[in-house]
Design a protein around this ligand. Structure first.
Ligand SMILES: CC(C)(COP(=O)(O)OP(=O)(O)OC[C@H]1O[C@@H](n2cnc3c(N)ncnc32)[C@H](O)[C@@H]1OP(=O)(O)O)[C@@H](O)C(=O)NCCC(=O)NCCS
Length: 186
């Protein structure tokens, strides 16, 4: 079987323009304090986003940075407005975290500063990422996992053309029941 490509080696995935003054940049330690502030201001985020549920201190953020750099199928981005972090977006290859491996499927996770919501920023960021991923990788489908009560995230997914499946999964770290959403590419 062909070895999946290391996402970190794809130049187009290193920094992504979203709109005037807004871009996705690789998560690094300089973003930690601001991200922790965003999480403190809205406790809902840690109840909905796996990586956020593990981020409580600067050291936790450092661990996440270390682990995504070692993972060839994972990139974590900070959504930046000018030079200010306003959210986190993750791109991952489906390597079996949710059960079966689907190495041609790519998924997303995200959260945004409360005060930046409702402007389509995460929707645009995921759309830009999907455009780049299809140009640079062999993709069968895009996937996302989301709780049925999370109406704002479901709104994002439906605007992006994802549809709900009949499959639900227990999120391995926290046990949240999440529905699988898919957007076929082929
Ligand atoms: C999900 C989330 C990232 C959406 O980001 P966003 O950039 O605000 O997304 P959009 O602007 O496209 O808006 C999505 C929906 O949010 C709702 N919304 C609109 N204005 C809003 C506001 N000011 N505040 C909160 N939600 C708002 C609307 O339902 C909107 O859908 P619509 O455009 O069809 O009306 C954000 O709500 C968030 O960080 N939530 C907490 C973390 C989370 O749940 N992550 C996903 C886990 S699966």
């Amino acid at each position: 079987m062909k070895k999946p490509i290391n996402l970190h080696t794809i130049p187009a995935l290193q920094e992504i323009y979203i709109r005037e003054g807004v871009k996705l940049r690789l998560l690094d330690q300089s973003h930690a304090a601001r991200l922790l502030e965003i999480l403190e201001a809205d406790s809902i985020i840690r109840d909905n986003v796996t990586v956020a549920s593990r981020m409580h201190t600067q050291k936790d953020v450092a661990n996440e940075i270390d682990s995504y750099h070692k993972d060839e199928g994972l990139i974590r981005y900070v959504l930046m407005r000018d030079d200010n972090p306003i959210g986190l977006v993750s791109l991952w290859r489906d390597d079996g975290f949710w059960g079966k491996k689907n190495l041609d499927d790519y998924g997303f996770g995200y959260f945004l500063d409360q005060s930046e919501r409702g402007k389509g920023l995460v929707t645009s960021a995921i759309q830009s990422l999907m455009d780049i991923v299809v140009k640079n990788l062999e993709v069968n489908q895009f996937v996302a996992f989301c709780e049925d009560l999370n109406k704002t995230s479901i709104a994002v997914l439906s605007k992006l053309g994802f549809r709900p499946t009949e499959e639900t999964f227990s999120e391995p770290n926290n046990g949240w029941i999440e529905r699988k959403y898919i957007k076929p590419v082929k």
